[in-house]
Design a protein around this ligand. Structure first.
Ligand SMILES: Nc1ncnc2c1ncn2[C@@H]1O[C@H](COP(=O)(O)OP(=O)(O)OP(=O)(O)O)[C@@H](O)[C@H]1O
Length: 257
């Protein structure tokens, strides 16, 4: 019985470590943090080697370094840790909210499912007229910290509304639009801009802002370029490739709900 318990615990242990490594990988993938992570592993291996070879002085220097390293890690990986905690902390509550909403306790007339068709059709139409747009779809991480920079509102999402907000002469066209479920909850929002140097130079601030918010949270972003009319889909700080608008709809539907 003891052996059986131990085995189950061992399996759980391995599963949790694998999950932890997977989430750490997901967070640092494609960012400069990967190199820092490799640097830390190299220092740690060097420390183990100096201990094995009994090189007292070097071992104590590296030991000291690793001792304060925890605080250095918190500073260096501040954004990743924040995103990780947000990911763990908010997922369950959001799902609980959806569970209650399915019983219609929450007296909201809006359909809670994001209208992906309206969003993508609006992107296509805006692309044809070279109208710039930036839309951020909130998932489990709350976007309140950016919503405060813009104008809060509560409008049911549909294609004409999106197009009229981003219409060049509209007072609301600047900055980003925040979408929560099937509502536009803020416009003219200023997003954190990504410092990622691997983003091609042809992409300006609008695209960098989309990368920035998706790096920091699990939100999804759509950008319509004013210059090329092209739509870009950004998730986890990465540009997601798609061939047709239908394919984009399928990808979005999968990722949104
Ligand atoms: N930090 C930001 N948060 C939200 N929106 C932003 C931010 N920075 C810029 N924008 C929006 O992007 C517009 C300018 O974009 P810019 O031309 O630099 O981007 P771009 O990525 O080259 O896009 P485009 O292909 O449309 O020109 C601004 O008018 C503003 O509406």
């Amino acid at each position: 019985m003891d052996i059986l318990d131990l085995r189950i615990l061992d399996i759980l242990d391995i599963v949790f470590v694998a999950l932890l490594l997977y989430y750490v990988y997901k967070l640092v993938r494609g960012t400069a943090a990967v190199n820092i992570f490799i640097g830390i592993v190299v220092i740690y291996l060097a420390f183990l080697l100096t201990q094995l070879l009994q090189m007292e002085l070097l071992s104590s220097v590296l030991g000291e370094f690793i001792g304060v390293g925890v605080f250095a890690l918190i500073v260096v990986f501040q954004q990743e840790i924040r995103k990780f905690l947000l990911m763990i902390g908010s997922t369950n509550f959001t799902q609980k909210g959806r569970f209650f909403r399915s019983f219609k306790f929450n007296r909201d007339d809006f359909d809670s499912k994001t209208n992906v068709e309206a969003i993508v059709n609006a992107c296509e139409a805006m692309g044809k007229t070279y109208t710039g747009a930036l839309m951020v779809i909130q998932k489990s991480s709350k976007l309140d910290f950016v919503k405060n920079t813009g104008d809060k509102m509560r409008i049911e999402l549909n294609q004409p509304i999106i197009e009229s907000i981003f219409f060049k002469n509209s007072p609301l066209h600047d900055g980003a639009m925040i979408i929560e479920e099937n509502k536009i909850t803020a416009t003219r929002v200023i997003l954190p801009v990504s410092n990622d140097r691997s983003i091609p130079l042809r992409f300006g601030l609008r695209h960098r802002a989309a990368v920035g918010i998706t790096e920091k949270t699990d939100a999804l972003a759509l950008v319509v370029s004013e210059e090329t009319g092209q739509t870009s889909y950004i998730k986890d700080g990465q540009f997601i490739m798609f061939e047709t608008m239908e394919e984009l709809k399928d990808k979005l539907k999968e990722d949104v709900n």
